[in-house]
Design a protein around this ligand. Structure first.
Ligand SMILES: [Fe+2]
Ligand SMILES: [Fe+2]
Length: 225
């Protein structure tokens, strides 16, 4: 799939092009981190990588892999493999986040990068081509919008205890998403009442968006697959 151009992948808005862009962005960020730099700069870059990895993966687990299981031969086996990769990435990054001063931190981060690269390769080479085979360009763009919508409100931090499949991942992941995003933007010492308000509003909004998308992607096709 990597050799096909944008038109062959359904155009810029298709799920395949959106995935390709995120994968390329992650690759660039991981290379920049590995090239080294000032501690503060690397910490900011690491947080950007973590946010992109988990929002990207949560939207895959919620929107893409259920669709792929319906259309691809061996879809169950293929998606189970990437869900295992996501789980391993979750566990490793959770360990990094819990032990900021551990001397093994750099080596854990490098292991996480190796796993992320494997996940990207498996998706681009083995999973995503099944979506290209199964769907029209129009349908690929519609799946792309659903995936992007969920990604925009998905958790941004590791949650190894959350199931990797819907509905469990959405039921347990969505409330955490508001907390993750609050931690991403607000200081931990912010006034408690304001934090509680933001969490409530954020969780309700994210839950609404994600469950609407889940319902829409579960609807049977309309003859344009
Ligand atoms: Fe991906
Ligand atoms: Fe993935």
């Amino acid at each position: 799939m990597t050799r096909l151009d944008s038109a062959a992948l359904g155009g810029s808005g298709s799920i395949l092009m959106r995935q390709r862009r995120d994968h390329a962005r992650l690759d660039t960020m991981m290379n920049r981190w590995l090239a080294g730099g000032a501690d503060e700069e690397l910490d900011v870059l690491w947080q950007d990588i973590v946010q992109l990895v988990f929002s990207h993966a949560f939207a895959e687990e919620t929107v893409l892999w259920p669709v792929l299981r319906r259309v691809a031969p061996h879809g169950e086996e293929l998606t189970a493999r990437v869900e295992d990769e996501h789980q391993a990435i979750n566990e490793l990054i959770a360990r990094v986040e819990k032990s900021p001063d551990d001397p093994r931190r750099t080596s854990w981060i490098q292991q996480a990068f190796t796993l992320i690269r494997q996940d990207i390769r498996d998706e681009e080479d083995e999973l995503l081509p099944h979506l290209r085979d199964a769907f029209s360009d129009r349908r690929l763009r519609r799946i792309g919008v659903a995936w992007e919508t969920v990604r925009a409100t998905a958790p941004t931090r590791p949650h190894p205890g959350v199931p990797r499949r819907p509905p469990g991942n959405a039921l347990r992941g969505v409330p955490l998403s508001a907390l993750d995003r609050l931690r991403d933007v607000a200081p931990v010492s912010g006034p408690a009442a304001r934090r509680a308000f933001l969490v409530t509003v954020g969780a309700a909004g994210a839950a609404g968006v994600i469950f609407r998308v889940l319902r829409a992607t579960r609807r049977p096709g309309r003859g344009d697959t």
